[in-house]
Design a protein around this ligand. Structure first.
Ligand SMILES: [Fe+2]
Length: 347
């Protein structure tokens, strides 16, 4: 199983002792797009010159045909494709709003020269992958992309009845959280591959996991900001799945994943460590979706407030101690002209 993931279009390697990763999430790109989304992607990639770019779901939510979809992806991926920077993506709960399923989308993503995502066969979700990072012909770091799936109402292939209704009792721990959960076969896939990786490397390989919808355990950070060393802010209630399928405890028992990064909650930018695993949000990079104020209101007077937290997350790893990496939020307002402009047509 491991060899499938070791064979990549582009080899990821530490350069000059470091490896840098940019995570963009929730671009919610459509055929008509706020050009500031594209300007932010370009400015961030240009300044940071990352070794890898990851998209954390809710990437493209419009199509409606494959050609249009590819044109939108092409516009978003241009900063990486032009520079030859490898990139990969996972899916969010809104990606299928482009009108065709994620398997077709995955094929289109993989058709880009610099896209190195893959899709683990035979398990739930599309685009589950592991990306190895090499140092002196040894794997020193691994990125785990997981599909956090869509909704309890659409992903039920096992419960005899209305799963959402059964799960969402009148009182629940999180608001409005009928989101799907990461399935057992996905967790087992991670576990088995992680064991193989350990055997090959002769020791546990530090890893970072990225997927769209956060885990229940993310709530522990703002509940305990001092103990978890919380940075950043919680600006909206968490929206994980109400069902906790146990991925976090699997990570703890394997002991290799050092950080988990999610999107979905567009205005949450916090990060903190729980049981030694860093849990972080990446905000949102797309100007065409809800932001910090007035969720879906796009009135010009509220524009600056709404987009004040458009951002990306940058992770910097150093080869002498890969597990102790740096993590920071990069704000669009520090990089681009935030003056509202007319939307443009990509297709
Ligand atoms: Fe989103």
């Amino acid at each position: 199983m491991l060899s499938y993931y070791l064979d990549s279009k582009k080899k990821l390697e530490f350069k000059n002792g470091s490896f840098r990763v940019l995570i963009f999430t929730d671009m919610h790109a459509k055929r008509r797009i706020d050009p500031r989304t594209l300007a932010f992607l370009e400015a961030t990639v240009k300044r940071e010159q990352p070794d890898l770019v990851l998209w954390d779901g809710d990437n493209v939510v419009d199509g409606p045909d494959e050609e249009s979809f590819k044109s939108i992806v092409s516009a978003l991926a241009e900063p990486m494709e032009r520079r030859g920077i490898p990139w990969a993506q996972v899916f969010g709960n809104h990606d299928e709003e482009c009108c065709f399923d994620r398997k077709i989308q995955q094929k289109i993503y993989e058709s880009f020269d610099c896209n190195i995502s893959k899709s683990a066969p035979g398990i739930h979700g599309v685009g589950n992958h592991m990306l190895p990072v090499w140092k002196d012909e040894q794997i020193a770091l691994a990125f785990w992309g997981i599909d956090s799936n869509d909704y309890l109402s659409t992903d039920n292939d096992f419960y005899p009845g209305d799963l959402e209704k059964a799960v969402l009792l009148p009182k629940v721990m999180f608001r409005d959280c009928g989101y799907a959960f990461i399935r057992f076969d996905q967790i087992r896939w991670y576990w088995d591959l992680s064991v193989e990786l350990e055997r090959l490397a002769g020791g546990k390989v530090p890893g970072i996991m990225y997927f769209h919808t956060c885990l229940n355990e993310f709530a522990m950070v703002p509940y305990n900001p001092k103990e978890t060393g919380m940075t950043g802010k919680q600006n909206e209630p968490l929206c994980p799945s109400t069902l906790n399928s146990g991925l976090f405890t699997a990570l703890l028992e394997r002991g290799d994943v050092k950080g988990v990064y999610c999107g979905h909650d567009h205005t949450n930018t916090y990060e903190g460590a729980y049981c030694g695993v860093r849990l972080g949000f990446c905000g949102s990079a797309g100007f065409g979706t809800y932001g910090l104020s007035s969720h879906y209101d796009s009135g010009p007077h509220q524009d600056a407030d709404k987009h004040a937290l458009r951002c990306a997350r940058l992770l910097t790893f150093r080869e002498e101690n890969v597990s102790e990496y740096e993590s920071e939020i990069i704000l669009a307002r520090d990089l681009i002209d935030m003056t509202p402009v007319e939307y443009i047509d990509l297709v």
